[in-house]
Design a binder for this molecule. Structure first.
Ligand code: AMP
Length: 545
């Protein structure tokens, strides 16, 4: 017997409709790319999102067509978020910090049709346009008089595009499994792979972010969104914010301590999510510029750190400077992203900071909706004893079933479990502690660097016999690449020569922080470089330097 409740599709438009109808006057604040703070609200975002939808229709954009954004965190980007998804097209946010060739690959692979870009990325767009034969047009996110002088086909002005459109548009209803957003991840080997969310997954994930045991996003919140809108849809927070009518504050391209503190103070921020590097920079600025003990009157009491393990000092300083409690979260692009979140249990809530520190340092506990387990090398589930270490697997309604276009082949097993490449143990209550990473990548300030790609480039230097790149600990960026080189007999090459050799092949922030010349690299029985051994020996190299 089936239940007799209604089958209403879970669509992103329902989140926006809610925000507009009941919380239309709640502000959306942005630090614009042009500089000044711009004040909008949910009613305006919804109205302009409908203009975006009308513009897309006029441009001939079809259901499920990919609309690319190369943009910072600001309200225009948010309007596109909703205008694209609610009308049934696919929002394809691209990370503009990637090396141009990666951006080209991603836009081309996704078959993006229109590219909406901030004027700061005009040079990048101009450089790539000749190679992006499928792109039909480029929309600069600015007013008419600020249009960049770029030579790209079919250049349009965003404000002009909207000005010509009516704000009358009825969001269509369609199958909730329709694709909503596409986000590529470089957190695995090979080319970046697309994770294609659906309306259903986005709405269910939004409910998860509203739950009291996760981010507890609610109508009383003023949310400072430091995770980029191009990183897993800013961790899904904009959608959850719409579904609660929370205030959103977007820092634009300015994530420095002074700019963020100004927003935290002036916009009564109650919740802020960021990677550890952003927290470290904010606290360093506060220490140099303010009386840090005098900021506890501010409303920021919930802070969330994710993307990398949160250092102890971040937890301590959030508590000391703001009186804020740290939520340490873990997740990944492949899971929309939230899997665990470190909200406290009843017996932990009244402990003092020092007593509950071990809890905050764990990567949070499993949330309802995301199934998380630890398995051994044979795929057998390990006991939740807080000791048994294995790879984390996940499944659930906001976990991918395959990558876009089937890249990488079958990535979940017959029961739907996806291997995350993160190594951890879990306790009885679902708290996980990440101990290692099985995937061969470096995470620097929240962004991926492929060790394999750097190694391949390094060995293409004529003096290099073998190369290995490992993640070395770094006080600000958490991890930075360290290049270990075994030179060919009698060949000579210096650190500076090698870095120069790499410098036109990768983005600047990918360049290794140091190069160590070794007599040989350790190998496994099958001939692979033994990275664990190198990590044991060299992970602290940059701290010593
Ligand atoms: P991304 O897909 O770019 O969001 O990266 C996801 C990956 O970042 C995970 O698979 C982990 O390797 C890493 N990560 C995310 N959150 C944490 C955390 N709290 N502690 C340690 N690593 C994390």
């Amino acid at each position: 017997m089936f239940g007799l409740m209604q089958q209403r599709p879970l669509l992103i438009s329902s989140l926006l409709d809610y925000a507009e109808r009941y919380h239309g006057a709640i502000e959306i604040i942005s630090r614009s790319v042009e500089g000044p703070i711009v004040r909008s609200n949910w009613a305006t975002i919804a109205r302009r999102a409908r203009q975006v939808a009308n513009a897309l229709q006029r441009l001939g954009v079809n259901r499920s067509e990919r609309i690319v954004t190369l943009a910072w965190n600001h309200s225009r980007h948010l309007e596109i978020y909703f205008g694209v998804t609610c009308s049934g097209a696919v929002l394809h946010t691209v990370n503009p910090r990637l090396f141009p060739e990666q951006v080209r690959f991603i836009v081309d692979d996704a078959e993006g049709s229109y590219v909406f870009f901030d004027v700061t990325f005009a040079p990048l767009v101009e450089q790539l346009a000749p190679q992006l034969s499928r792109v039909k047009g480029y929309v600069a996110l600015c007013e008419r008089d600020a249009m960049p002088a770029v030579n790209v086909p079919n250049l349009l002005c965003y404000e002009q595009l909207l000005a010509d459109e009516s704000d009358d548009y009825a969001w269509p209803s369609f199958d909730e499994n329709t694709a909503s957003a596409l986000c590529y991840t470089s957190g695995t080997t090979g080319n970046p792979k697309g994770v294609l969310q659906s309306h259903r997954s986005a709405v269910l994930h939004s409910f998860a972010l509203m739950a009291a045991d996760t981010m507890a996003i609610c109508a009383r919140d003023s949310l400072l969104l430091c995770a980029p809108l191009f990183h897993v849809n800013c961790w899904g927070i904009p959608f959850a914010a719409a579904g609660t009518g929370a205030k959103i504050v977007l820092p634009g391209m300015k994530l420095d301590g002074a700019s963020l503190f100004e927003l935290i103070r002036d916009e009564d921020i109650t919740f802020c999510g960021a990677v550890p590097t952003v927290w470290l920079n904010l606290f360093a600025w506060m220490e140099q510029n303010l009386n840090t003990t005098d900021q506890r009157h501010l409303k920021l009491k919930r802070v969330l750190s994710g993307g990398s393990a949160v250092p102890r000092v971040v937890i301590e300083k959030a508590h000391a400077y703001f009186g804020a409690t740290m939520l340490h979260a873990w997740g990944m692009t492949e899971m929309s992203p939230l899997g665990t979140c470190g909200s406290l249990l009843a017996r932990q809530a009244d402990l003092d900071l020092e007593q509950r520190m071990p809890v905050h340092l764990k990567q949070g506990r499993t949330i309802y909706g995301a199934e998380v387990r630890i398995v051994d090398d044979e795929g057998r589930e390990l006991p939740r004893d807080g000791r048994s270490i294995g790879e984390i697997q996940v499944r659930g309604p906001w976990v991918l079933s395959s990558y876009f276009k089937g890249a990488g082949g079958k990535v979940v097993d017959d029961d739907g479990w996806f291997r995350t490449g993160d190594v951890a143990h879990m306790d009885q209550e679902g708290f996980i502690t990440i101990t290692d990473r099985a995937k061969d990548v470096i995470k620097s300030g929240g962004e991926w660097i492929s060790s394999i790609e750097l190694e391949n480039l390094a060995v293409s230097h004529p003096a290099v016999l073998e190369a290995a790149v490992i993640a070395a600990r770094h006080p600000t960026w958490q991890e930075r690449p360290l290049l270990l080189i075994h030179r060919k007999p009698s060949a000579d090459v210096t650190k500076d020569e090698l870095l120069r050799f790499l410098s036109d092949k990768v983005a600047k922030w990918w360049l290794p922080d140091d190069v160590v010349f070794v007599d040989e690299l350790p190998h496994t029985a099958t001939g692979k470089v033994l990275k664990t051994n190198l990590r044991d020996r060299y992970a602290g190299w940059l701290e010593r330097a």
